[in-house]
Design a protein around this ligand. Structure first.
Ligand SMILES: [Zn+2]
Length: 359
């Protein structure tokens, strides 16, 4: 006597509950699983068949919290009871492997005769022999090839998922007319926020086919990045150190003479910056003891000079802002080693640059 359950495209939970409902006193000796009316082989019980289908429907999850999941097979699934004695059966694990490898030829360990193996895997004996290029009279090798099936398994999972997304922060720029043009000062660091998304995801055979966002909740608001942007053209009224370097000679009397500025020792090619905004009034090469040098008029009574340069990067008449690159340091003119000579002049009178910059 054979019993047949046609489960069709029922939810997997239904399949499993049907399995237990149909248990009765006379348990079958084995069951045969059919998908789309094709036999897939024998397992020892309906539970094993349903368990294998359930195992098959487990796919790697999204990096998300799955709140609810319903799974269904879009194939016609039937489990028939067999009352025959001692049939060769697959374990639930082997059935899962068989189902996972349905679409290709694959090797399994053999246990019985050609007939028993064919029956166990729900195969036509001829098909099994052909797939293994053997005759019925040939001994069964240790491993046999199961031919690919034409069944297209379609397992659809509907998931309600929850996941978090970063929320980018905005940048606010505040113009600052006391800051040299082009300069930026970070006032407040930006911090990204977080939102929680509830979505419905549909997967077929583990592949996402639909993703519908249901709800977005802001968990943590982002913090704006705030930057002050300098707009001040010309001089700011204070000086920055024009280059990195050690003070190798101060301003003032030196060797019975007078040192008109300070020397900042630095390797040839070190970037030289405008100490304040202004206009380039001189950019001279090979000019006596200064070598290559630049003068900047800051428009407020102050001028600055940068000497012994290896490279001049500005031209006369050019407007510069505080901190703009203007030259590379060098060792030109009357110089006893690579350094920047820097002068500050107020209304025609030299002043000690160290009074104006932080060393
Ligand atoms: Zn000097």
């Amino acid at each position: 006597m054979k019993k047949q359950f046609t489960l069709g495209a029922l939810a997997l939970s239904m399949i499993i509950s049907l399995g237990s409902q149909t248990l009765h006193a006379a348990s079958p000796k084995a069951v045969e699983l059919f998908i789309d009316q094709e036999s897939l082989g024998l397992v020892e019980s309906r539970e094993a068949a349903h368990g294998a289908l359930k195992d098959l429907a487990v796919f790697p999850k999204l990096d998300a919290r799955v709140q609810k999941e319903s799974i269904r097979f879009n194939n016609k699934i039937e489990v028939k009871d067999l009352e025959e004695k001692d049939p060769a059966v697959m374990s639930q694990k082997d059935l899962v492997l068989r189902l996972r490898n349905l679409s290709k030829d694959y090797l399994v360990k053999s246990q019985g005769t050609w007939q028993e193996e064919a029956k166990k895997y729900g195969l036509d004996l001829e098909d099994l022999l052909e797939a293994n290029k053997k005759k019925l009279t040939d001994p069964v090798p240790e491993k046999i090839c199961l031919p690919a099936s034409k069944i297209n398994l379609s397992i659809e999972a509907k998931e309600e998922v929850q996941y978090d997304l970063d929320v980018a922060y905005k940048t606010r720029k505040i113009e600052d007319h006391t800051l040299a043009k082009g300069k930026e000062v970070l006032v407040q660091a930006g911090k990204k926020g977080l939102e929680r998304v509830d979505a419905k995801v549909v997967r077929v055979n583990g592949e996402k086919v639909d993703h519908l966002v249901q709800k977005i909740e802001l968990v943590q608001a982002p913090v704006d990045e705030i930057i002050r942007i300098g707009t001040k053209e010309g001089a700011t009224g204070s000086f920055i150190k024009p280059t990195n370097g050690r003070l190798s000679s101060p301003f003032g009397p030196r060797w019975g003479s007078f040192h008109r500025g300070i020397d900042l020792a630095c390797p040839i090619g070190t970037q030289v910056l405008a100490a304040d905004g202004g206009v380039v009034t001189r950019a001279r090469t090979n000019a006596g003891s200064y070598g290559n040098y630049i003068d900047i008029d800051h428009g407020n009574g102050y001028t600055t000079r940068y000497a012994h340069l290896s490279l001049i990067e500005v031209h006369v008449g050019q407007k510069v802002s505080q901190g703009d690159p203007i030259a590379k340091s060098g060792n030109t003119g009357r110089s006893t080693g690579p350094h920047l000579h820097f002068e500050v002049c107020n209304q025609g009178n030299l002043e000690d640059p160290l009074k104006h910059i932080q060393n």
